[in-house]
Design a protein around this ligand. Sequence first.
Ligand code: SF4
Ligand code: SF4
Length: 446
Amino acid sequence: MFFPSRPIFLYLVASMKIEALIRAEADHCVKCGLCLPRCPTYLKTRNEGDSPRGRIALLQGLATGQLQDSPALRRHLDGCLGCRGCERACPSTVAYGRLLDAGRGLLARSAPGAGPSRHERLLMHPRAAARLLATYQRSGLHRLARRLGLPARLGLGREDRYLPPPPRRRLRRAYYAPTCAAAPGGRPGRRPGGRKPGGRKQGDVALFTGCAGWLFDQDALVAAVGLLTAKGYGVHIPRSQGCCGALHLHRGDGAGARALAEANSACFNDLPVEAVLFLASGCGATLSEYGELHRLAGGPPLQWRVPVVELSRFLAALDWPEAAFRPLPGKALIHEPCTLRHVLRDEAHAYALLRRIPGLEIEPLPDNHLCCGAAGDYLFRQPAMADALLADKIAHLRDSRARWLLTSNIGCSLHLRRGIEEAGLSVEVLHPVELLARQADMPESP
Ligand code: SF4
Ligand code: SF4
């Protein structure tokens, strides 16, 4: 009689669990099709296999053994943005995100060996990558490489088009004291804008910086720390924090995502803080679903000791005086990242915050319910669809007379900025907190 070895036994048990999870979740889909008008890929191709209903049927077939893994099946599933617009629209509350993650896990098991992409490998070491990138950009090497056409020759032409200018400032410390009160240990925090200290310390929070955020969104991180410390919060930025695990989940590596989740929750749960704040909604969506990871990767459910909160929500709940922000005449459009709108369902707070800037006209970017095409590393994996979806956003911007486009997710920000630059539009792309900090006359560096 054949007895499988322990690793093979565990692998078989995990596979069976994932298949059962897919079958149970897919059974909730009544095939009504109400999600179809909310699916960006279906709206582009009009192919049922590119719709949520079609993809659920494919996953169902795969999990029940009625369908085999094939290039055609993968094409439809790999084409999914994971935007979860369908999930928000579904009257039967099908947890499409959970289904998709499980399906990707199943596909990864049927063709093992597909390791992390080069983008993922870069993002796994954000601090080292940030130092390298700073040297590359500030030394003139980047300009020279572009002049010689090296990025395109090395097959990095698309990546090069996404590279933002170097940040003006960056975070360097593991703790920033409140600027309106003495810091713990008696060392006074530095004051923003040279204003006199006043008020009292409100508490301590931690900041999840994210891997892409650390690399490409330092100006927004600096603005966030400036606003928080000015409002009396000490900000912890633990160096041992890592990637949230979203990219692992996108390629079906539930165990890798689980390992990162364990390390992150241990690192943040040890801090004496009242909340863990995040800027990038892509990271926040994954952090907020750590409690679900055991369904995919086994082990006990993970728990956060304190609430994990989107930064705009946290700031909007604070007490801001009438004249906290200088007037700013002009129009800003707000882009609502799918992770903020469909997963966290928390898109209202950036509007509430930005309405505190006198004179600023604020409107939603039209069709905010449809993904911009960034979707993690989708913008590199599926460039044709990513660019088609981006073109729709750029068409709306062209008609808008907006001076600013505000978005709370770094991936969307890079994608939209690239589209805007290549279309020759003069629209500045910022995280909402950057515009707030600018109007609050915040310091360049916290
Ligand atoms: S996922 Fe929901 S909305 Fe879409 S077809 Fe199934 S039941 Fe209907
Ligand atoms: S996650 Fe987005 S792209 Fe994928 S099926 Fe749902 S709506 Fe369509």
